[in-house]
Design a protein around this ligand. Structure first.
Ligand code: MSP
Length: 516
């Protein structure tokens, strides 16, 4: 049986229009999922929408429609984004689905039977925007006298009957778990933040609400609906059939990785593991908290009107270009600033010049000079062997980086090879060998075509469309495009047919530069 790999995105609040931040989280998961599939894993990649809670109920009421109508309409925007970005998700979960109600109620039942829920009364601060409770000490008072959460969200005072989860008893167990699993939370800097939060002491968590009704009812006390974060986190179980007769749950749980933004790390790295321990379920292997994108230094927000629309971006620059840029520009755990000039400079420099030109000039030379077929290599020189050896080691480098979600460095390991191949073309000057030493020209072009084949296999998870184009030009069969076909054993054979080469990455022009 193939090894399983279960990767999840956060489920998105449907009240927002999908923007670059949402696309970013799912893109990272898509690259992981594609990489693992190519590497022989049986992958489950799940994304979806978070549709309950006060925030959504309020948005529906502002829109003048029922929450059901509202969520049906806006959930589709996120599905459209996922399809438009070429995300290879296996399941799209909506928290308003029946399968999710069943899973949440079954999960609640386990927490109750195991003695971790009790009925009480909550009085304290709540931020609807974050759907989170805050203690007085976490808040700041703004100039207008309003209390503000660390996230910048306004809070309101609420008092209502509530079920509580006994989070406070899990402090030591959580600390032990982090200690025993040093890579559970990545990157390390975020792990330290979580550790100090937990060391500071945990209070029991209110996990039900009674003052509105848009949520999942508690089976034996219908006055209450589940706290939206307990509901939302449980989606990770629902999607693999937690409450349904299915073998998927045993096979895919625990998840290999939950990818989240830094703003929602506490829910995933503290509350979620505590809930799971209380339910006596295994814990996910990793929670990775990525950074946030800003727009020319400013926080991205609807009210500032500076949202970066992924649909627009892709129309302007191309899908693979955007996918490449987002994962290349900024190390995954760090915050990053979006700018059009940086986008254009990467697309022109690294895609059009480095990668695109390499492929185009080599394949065109072969097509024109070698009767449209891979030429017969002669004896390999030291330079030939050096670049081939380097090529064959690149999968191992990339795999190491993917294992710890270092996408930018993973791309760099591919680019080290691409740059080396361009330097090799310049040094060997195959065009000059055509008359002087045609056998040597054949060998050089053979080596380059083999380098390109392997590079294209490796670039598939990041840039599926361009990689496919290159592999098509090389007429590599579909079955020979996984990482099993990476390396020497599947090296190109002489006489292998090529298709007419076509440009892979067009050069982008910067309107602002042109108009200056
Ligand atoms: N519904 C919750 C998640 C529940 S998961 C059980 C939620 N939804 S969200 O729509 O507000 O955010 C989803 C993701 O988008 C988060 O990982 C968040 O970090 C990410 N981003 C939102 N804006 C972002 C940027 N400007 N930059 C990068 N990612 C950001 O939270």
């Amino acid at each position: 049986m193939r090894d399983k790999y279960y990767v999840t995105t956060p489920i998105y609040y449907v009240n927002d229009a999908p923007h670059i931040g949402h696309a970013y989280t799912t893109l990272a998961c898509d690259v992981l999922a594609r990489f693992k599939r190519l590497d022989g894993f049986d992958v489950k990649f799940v994304t979806g929408t978070d549709e309950h809670g006060q925030k959504i109920e309020n948005s529906a009421s502002v829109a003048g429609i029922s929450p059901e109508q509202f969520t049906d309409k806006v959930s589709q925007n996120f599905r459209d984004l996922a399809d438009f970005m070429g995300f290879s998700y296996d399941d799209f979960i909506r928290t308003t689905e029946q399968r999710h109600f069943r899973a949440c109620q079954a999960f609640w039942e386990r927490l109750k039977v195991n003695g971790h829920l009790y009925l009480g009364k909550y009085s304290g601060w709540y931020a609807i925007r974050d759907e989170a409770f805050y203690s007085e000490t976490e808040l700041q008072i703004r100039a207008d006298g309003k209390r503000i959460a660390p996230s910048g969200a306004e809070v309101e005072w609420i008092e209502e009957p509530s079920y509580f989860f006994d989070l406070s008893v899990w402090q030591e167990k959580l600390l032990e778990f982090y200690e025993d699993n040093p890579n559970f939370i990545l990157p390390k800097s975020r792990r330290n933040e979580v550790l100090s939060f937990v060391k500071g002491g945990l209070q029991d968590l209110s996990v039900s609400r009674t003052t509105f009704s848009w949520g999942i009812p508690i089976s034996d006390n219908q006055e209450h609906i589940m706290y939206v974060w307990l509901d939302a986190l449980t989606n990770y179980l629902t999607a693999i059939g937690f409450a349904d007769p299915s073998r998927d749950f045993e096979e895919f749980w625990p998840a290999n990785i939950h990818v989240v933004g830094k703003d929602i790390l506490r829910f995933h790295a503290v509350y979620w593991p505590a809930f799971l321990m209380a339910a006596k379920l295994p814990l996910p292997k990793r929670v990775y908290a990525h950074g946030w994108w800003t727009n020319q230094g400013q926080k991205i927000s609807k009210s500032l009107g500076n949202i970066i629309d992924p649909f627009e971006l892709v129309k302007k620059y191309g899908l693979d270009q955007v996918r490449y840029f987002l994962l290349r520009e900024v190390p995954f755990g760090n915050d990053g600033d979006f700018s059009h000039s940086a986008m254009i400079s990467r697309a022109n420099g690294e895609l059009a010049n480095d990668y695109g030109n390499l492929v185009q000039r080599v394949l065109s030379m072969i097509y024109k000079n070698c009767e449209e077929k891979i030429p017969i290599p002669n004896v390999f020189s030291a330079e030939d062997s050096e670049i081939l050896d380097m090529t064959y080691m690149t999968l191992e480098h990339l795999r190491g980086k993917i294992e710890v979600q270092e996408f930018s460095q993973g791309l760099e390991s591919i680019w080290v090879l691409i740059r080396k191949a361009n330097a090799y073309v310049d040094a060997q000057a195959p065009w000059a060998l055509k008359k002087a030493d045609p056998m040597r020209m054949d060998t050089v072009l053979y080596v380059l075509a083999e380098v390109i084949r392997n590079v294209a296999l490796l670039s598939q998870p990041f840039m599926p469309t361009a990689s496919e184009k290159i592999l098509n030009q090389l007429t590599i069969k579909q079955d020979n495009r996984t990482f099993l076909s990476f390396g020497k054993n599947s090296a190109l054979k002489e006489g292998h047919q090529l298709l007419k080469p076509d440009a892979i990455f067009p050069r982008l022009y910067d309107d602002t530069i042109l108009s200056e």
